[in-house]
Design a protein. Structure first.
Length: 466
């Protein structure tokens, strides 16, 4: 559950000492000075998710003694003092799973501006999502609701939630669920992707509906991020795990599915560019992310560990997920340092791909850990930029940045990014910055051709070291 790149950095001047992002000048991309979003929150701060209702930017993460949250009212240039979401602090000593703090936050903004932040909690024998609701732009969170699993299965498995809101205000929540925890340590256990919805602002939730095939005994899905398309279609990218025998989905890959009837039924799961390679058994970060651009083109990002080392990938679909393009390699290098990937769609045919590289697991020897990079992709032209190094501060190799990073597109060809940087095994901070005109980090023509057109393991070996 975590992610230095030998990438070509765009010419830049360094920001003031201590800032983990610099500012590029001239014709290159412009990287704003980074802002410490978690300022004042002691201990570990990690695993960002974010949402935008411009000029407001909202960031949530694991930290502040539970689940942290901070808001910006000026397009991400500055953030107010962070707060801890209600109900997310540990109960009592917090020394066992039944009293531990909340984990795995996700965030969405409704058309009317209501903010929904979900996170996982384990209380009274049930692991399940909680939903904190703000009606005043994130100044306060006045309501707290729960989406519960079936009551008859106590001591259940529950993990990684994601949340989205449709144009009519319906809230959709995916998470991974198993009726029972394993009875022995290191024993494979069932983990199904499920969805719940609320039509009344989170007050009540429908019973869980399976998203992944094989429910209830043959699911092995580790995460299922979702989005709701403008027409109401629900799109989900599922990361099939690595441990369960007789899984309904072949393991070590990502799969796409969608629903056109508010989540009641789901299309056949389609593997996304499986020729790129396989996701390793020891991966613990969230190895699936999905985005959509203004024309409805879908984008998926993930990283594989076999063959050829740890490589981040991008694939896209122009037919609502029925078919997917060959994988486009998004990261350079051939070592084993992990990549936490994220993608956001921009104007028609354009996607922004971020990667946080390096970490304590499966990591090649390098002092430069937890470096954040951004690059721009065009459906018609391939990669429009080399990897742009956004962060200028490295993290402690023994720490943890979380399993996710935040990415959103802002007006004016700007991209908002947020990420965690561990200072030690027990401390870390959340940072955020903007990148403007990222596509100005052009690849030379020959390099762009080689780096953007390859797919699968063969191209992974041929791709240039940028």
């Amino acid at each position: 559950m975590t992610a230095v790149c030998a990438a070509v950095a765009i010419a830049a001047t360094t920001a003031a000492a201590g800032h983990p992002a610099g500012r590029a000048v001239g014709r290159g991309p412009r990287i704003s000075p980074a802002v410490e979003v978690s300022r004042g929150c002691q201990g570990s701060n990690a695993e960002t998710e974010q949402a935008v209702e411009y000029p407001y930017v909202y960031v949530t993460w694991i930290g502040c003694g539970g689940i942290g949250f901070a808001r910006s009212a000026d397009g991400g240039r500055s953030f107010g003092h962070p707060l801890r979401l209600p109900g997310s602090a540990p109960s009592g000593c917090g020394c066992n799973p039944q009293s531990a703090a909340g984990w795995d936050p996700a965030i969405a903004v409704a058309p009317d501006g209501t903010i929904y932040v979900s996170y996982m909690i384990n209380r009274q024998g049930y692991a399940h999502p909680r939903i904190a609701v703000s009606y005043d732009g994130g100044k306060t969170f006045a309501r707290l609701f729960s989406a519960m699993p079936p009551a008859r299965y106590k001591n259940n498995w529950g993990d990684r939630d994601f949340i989205a809101v449709s144009a009519d205000g319906t809230i959709y929540l995916t998470w991974v669920y198993g009726r029972h925890l394993p009875t022995k340590p290191s024993t494979p256990f069932v983990s199904n992707a499920v969805i719940q919805k609320s039509a009344d602002g989170g007050r009540t939730w429908d019973r869980i509906t399976p998203v992944s095939p094989g429910f209830p005994r043959h699911g092995d899905v580790s995460a299922a991020p979702l989005l709701v398309a403008p027409g109401g279609r629900i799109d989900v990218l599922m990361w099939a795990g690595s441990s369960l025998r007789h899984s309904a989905l072949p393991l070590h890959n990502d799969y796409f599915t969608s629903s056109t009837d508010s989540g009641r039924t789901w299309s056949r799961a389609v593997p996304v560019a499986p020729a790129a390679g396989h996701i390793g058994r020891l991966v613990t970060w969230i190895d699936a992310n999905i985005g959509i651009d203004a024309a409805g083109t879908l984008y998926a990002t993930w990283d594989t560990q076999q063959p050829g080392g740890d490589i981040g990938w991008l694939s896209y679909s122009t037919d609502h997920g029925r078919t997917w393009s060959p994988a486009r390699r998004a990261t350079p290098g051939h070592d084993t340092a992990e990549h936490i990937m994220a993608v956001a769609g921009g104007r028609p045919g354009i996607a922004y791909v971020a990667s946080l590289k390096g970490g304590p697991f499966l990591t090649a020897r390098s002092p430069r850990r937890f470096s954040l990079y951004l690059r721009v992709f065009s459906v018609h032209r391939g990669w429009l930029s080399s990897p742009i190094r956004v962060s200028r501060t490295y993290g402690n190799r023994h720490g943890w940045p979380g399993d996710t990073i935040g990415i959103s597109v802002l007006p004016g060809h700007r991209v908002m990014l947020s990420w965690g940087i561990p200072g030690s095994i027990a401390t870390g901070q959340i940072w955020a910055t903007q990148v403007q005109h990222a596509a100005r980090g052009f690849l030379p023509t020959q390099q762009q051709s080689r780096a953007s057109l390859g797919s699968g393991p063969a191209s992974a070996r041929r791709a240039p070291r940028l």
